[in-house]
Design a protein around this ligand. Structure first.
Ligand code: BES
Ligand code: MN
Ligand code: ZN
Length: 503
């Protein structure tokens, strides 16, 4: 596991701060010149000169180093936040991420920080900055053996906020628990598909029982999956040498209540496309096809660490979508857990099959108050929204409202797409109850409508994270490869579970 250490502290005043490798001073840009975003501290001549000669202008993400003579820090780091009027927590995350890159390059391990004075609630401000500091520390180096990246020497280890309350310090410390969940998600997605197999995913879930006595994990092996008649998950699994797993992990943080919320994850540990084989370039990042399940586990892990007062059930349907002489066949019909039959028109539309069994099992046996599934489901959602915005669908407007609020508060971008019922006709089959795909038109909507056939009346949302889960390049405040997208939003949603009980 990539270690997630971070020590947040507070100093009661500027004079009372401890020694550190750097002091961060935030600035706005106004009339193309930098102006302090904090109350005056007394004169630091070099800072005034840097601004006066125009070497530092306070633009968003601009970072400028000064080496003072008589301070507790060897470096004073001027951080540009852009224009005060247009500053948001999203932009702050980006600015502090660029700061972190400069700190990493200089092997800075400890910082003192002065918060910018800004019209954003203190809680949100501290949360955004603290999360960015910890999440920017992540780099996936497990498979790098050239020794280029030495850990932990060039990663930040601690930050001291100057002049914050105990309540705000607690929020900063909680960011570490949130980040631990995101790190788990990122590690699981970034590792080799041959290492993160369905069995390994199940072991990872099982290991969470050691984190908290409130977590209990049940794993169905292939025999049990056959007994449960999860024929769609089994169809996907036919071509693989590896057995499938069906995982149910519960976090019981509110034992006095029977209400629980379910998160369902697509756990395709590698997607070759099956007999509808993908071309090489499309297969390149298909080890990330279990990102939905990794997100669900990361969220459960963080919920337990944060000791949230909610009941959460994580459900994962996991298999490889391989190719072989036993592969499930294009044109054949398979019957799932719900009893519905499905004509396979494309074996590369495998995620919706695995999820159909997971969703119908969750609805029938686990009876959640509401449920959300996460899946790298369609390339079409990336065509529609790119890789920064998740496309989601919901059969319940109040649930959608809560999702958008949480997404907004955590700066995870999301956009609702329609469950256009007239398009369901596209999935009509002559031999079965439904077919699993129907070409390129409205591809993401087709997939969502397919899933909707298995959720009955339960308030449900489907998040298609095909674009947001995994990036070849580092962008905005995310590292390259797995982004861990979704964990923060889901945790916020769960913290507000009381709103979800009234859907
Ligand atoms: N796992 C893929 C979707 C995907 C594409 C995820 C790109 C991440 C990045 C999914 O199983 C898939 O293959 N979907 C097909 C559906 C089609 C056959 C109806 C697709 O999007 O092409
Ligand atoms: Mn596929
Ligand atoms: Zn897939």
């Amino acid at each position: 596991m990539t270690k997630c250490h971070f020590n947040f502290q507070k100093a009661t005043s500027f004079a009372a701060r401890d020694k550190a490798d750097g002091l961060i001073l935030p600035f706005w840009t106004k009339d193309k010149s930098a102006v302090p975003a904090f109350k005056k501290l007394g004169k630091i001549p070099q800072v005034d000169t840097a601004i006066k000669v125009g070497d530092f202008n306070g633009h968003k993400g601009e970072v400028f180093f000064i080496y003072p003579e008589k301070e507790k820090e060897q470096r004073i780091i001027l951080l540009g936040l852009g224009k005060k009027e247009s500053c948001t927590t999203f932009l702050l995350r980006e600015a502090f991420h660029s700061l972190m890159k400069e700190c990493h390059a200089r092997r800075i391990q400890s910082l003192n920080l002065i918060l910018p004075e800004i019209a954003i609630e203190d809680e949100k401000l501290v949360k955004a900055i603290s999360e960015t500091l910890v999440l920017s520390n992540y780099q996936f180096t497990e498979l790098k053996h050239d020794g280029l990246i030495k850990r932990p020497a060039n990663f930040l280890e601690s930050a001291q906020f100057i002049g914050i309350s105990d309540k705000l310090l607690k929020i900063a410390k909680q960011a570490v628990d949130v980040a631990k969940g995101v790190y788990l998600t990122r590690d699981l997605v970034n590792r080799n598909a041959d290492d993160v197999t369905p069995e390994k995913l199940a072991d990872t879930a099982k290991a969470l029982e050691k984190v908290s006595s409130k977590i209990k994990v049940t794993v169905f092996d292939k025999k049990r999956i056959e007994k449960e008649k999860m024929g769609l998950l089994l169809a996907v699994n036919r071509g693989s040498n590896l057995e499938p797993r069906f995982i149910i992990a519960t976090y019981n943080g509110d034992p006095n209540s029977k209400d629980h919320f379910a998160l369902v994850g697509k756990g395709i540990t590698y997607d070759t496309g099956g007999l509808s084989l993908k071309p090489t370039n499309f297969m390149l990042d298909m080890k990330s096809d279990m990102a939905g399940s990794a997100t669900v586990l990361g969220t459960l892990y963080a919920a337990a660490n944060l000791n949230l007062k909610i009941n959460l059930t994580a459900v994962i349907a996991s298999s490889e979508n391989s190719i072989g002489s036993k592969s499930y066949k294009i044109g054949d019909v398979y019957q799932g857990y719900s009893g519905k039959t499905v004509e396979i028109t494309n074996t590369d539309a495998e995620g919706r099959l695995a999820l159909a069994d997971a969703l119908s099992y969750t609805v029938k046996k686990l009876k959640p108050k509401a449920m959300i599934n996460l899946a790298t489901l369609t390339g079409a959602v990336v065509v529609a929204l790119g890789d920064e915005i998740c496309g989601y669908f919901a059969n319940n407007d109040k649930l959608a409202e809560q999702i958008e609020k949480s997404a907004g508060d955590t700066d995870e971008l999301i956009w609702r797409l329609p469950l256009q019922q007239s398009y369901l006709k596209m999935l009509d089959s002559k031999v079965a109850d439904i077919k699993n795909s129907a070409g390129r038109e409205a591809g993401s909507i087709q997939a969502a409508l397919f899933l909707e056939q298995f959720v009955e009346k339960v308030p449900w949302a489907h998040m298609d994270i095909a674009g947001t889960a995994y990036w070849e390049k580092s962008k905005s405040y995310h590292p390259y490869f797995s982004t861990g997208y979704g964990v923060r939003m889901l945790l916020d949603l769960l913290e507000n579970f009381h709103n979800l009980k009234k859907l």
